[in-house]
Write a protein of this length. Structure first.
Length: 361
């Protein structure tokens, strides 16, 4: 291993103190994440790349936000008045109907999916990716149903549907490509943790990771002025974004995300995981929520994409224990995810959103 230039090493260590300021650096998992971050940044700088390519784009530290202008509101009132939650594409409600019909079978499911060629093509690409790791090629939806099962494919359909929503978000607030990369990566890590635990029906972990920060997209699209304020406030105070959201809006993204999933009539369990991913101790689904909580922290710490957060969120030590993850497994999972995320993101992130992304870095 090559030695890092002492000047560069000092700079990265200073960056770590700031970036990990809301975490307990004495915790074994956080210490390892800081180590991995150090190695990653040292390698980048040795290659002449800029640090923090996935940092939130808005350079807001210099903008002063007047706290007197904050008018926190009640989320339910806001949902009844100003905010309109998006609906899922029709194909998705047809899939839900099919899933709840006791007389339907795998053939009905593959017939329905095959009617939407774009969806069918995306599904086949994703199940043939390195992330899924099947040795032989899966050519048709009916073949995919046979190998993967309808409930797993149902989750995959949901994932691909959600990524086509939210076209109108100002690119000054969030880089959509980076947002989805953070979310997809969180889902990939969560599914890998579940696989190591031997959990069945693992696709739900991918979906929960994919949707964990979706409330932020509602805030960015429905309340752009307040979103700008909360991003500025978080940057100015060096605060966590979800705390700044509560300060500015009176609620945070996980609360609105949970409400959206209920509106979409997704399983209550999923809504609970999303609702409590920053507070796993309050969840009625401790295992699933702990896995998403930890996966989110891993994604933030490695700066693989960003949903707007500038710091590594604090790790709940009980949630860490609940996942059963060890420090060694964590670094292997991060490495695997980093090597597969481009392929999965390229399949799932719609081209339109990629094209809209301006180069800020
Ligand atoms: Fe979050
Ligand atoms: Fe997140």
């Amino acid at each position: 291993m090559t030695r890092t230039d002492p000047e560069i090493a000092d700079r990265i260590k200073k960056d770590i103190r700031l970036f990990f300021r809301h975490t307990d650096l004495k915790h074994e998992a956080i210490r390892e994440l800081a180590n991995l971050y150090f190695q990653q940044e040292a390698a980048k700088q040795a290659d002449g790349m800029q640090e923090g390519a996935a940092s939130p784009k808005v350079p807001l530290e210099s903008e002063h936000v007047d706290e007197a202008s904050f008018h926190p509101v009640d989320l339910d009132t806001l949902l009844r008045t100003e905010i309109k939650l998006p609906s899922l594409p029709t194909i998705f409600s047809q899939i839900i109907d099919l899933m709840s019909d006791p007389n339907s079978d795998a053939k009905d499911f593959s017939n329905l999916i095959s009617k939407d060629p774009a969806l069918a093509a995306r599904l086949l690409k994703i199940v043939n990716s390195a992330f899924y790791g099947y040795r032989s090629k899966i050519d048709t939806i009916s073949h995919a149903v046979m190998i993967i099962g309808t409930s797993e494919l149902y989750s995959l359909c949901l994932s691909t549907s959600v990524l086509t929503l939210f076209h109108d978000i100002p690119s000054t607030l969030v880089d959509m490509s980076s947002f989805w990369k953070h979310s997809i990566g969180c889902g990939m890590i969560a599914k890998k943790i579940a696989a190591r635990r031997g959990e069945t029906n693992r696709e739900r972990f991918f979906v929960a990771g994919l949707l964990h920060d979706i409330g932020r997209l509602i805030i960015y699209s429905s309340l752009p002025d307040q979103a700008h304020d909360m991003l500025s406030y978080a940057a100015q105070k060096k605060d966590l974004l979800y705390q700044a959201e509560t300060r500015v809006l009176g609620f945070h993204h996980a609360e609105i995300g949970g409400k959206l999933l209920k509106k979409w009539k997704l399983p209550g369990k999923l809504a609970d995981v999303v609702r409590f991913h920053h507070h796993p101790e309050e969840s009625t689904e401790p295992l699933d929520t702990s896995i998403i909580h930890v996966s989110d922290i891993l994604m933030n710490a490695m700066k693989l994409g960003s949903s707007g957060e500038r710091f590594v969120p604090p790790l709940d030590p009980v949630a860490w224990k609940t996942t059963g993850l060890t420090v060694d497994m964590m670094s292997v999972i991060i490495e695997e995810t980093a090597s597969q995320i481009e392929e999965v993101s390229n399949i799932l992130i719609p081209r339109k959103q990629k094209d809209r992304t301006q180069r800020y870095y």
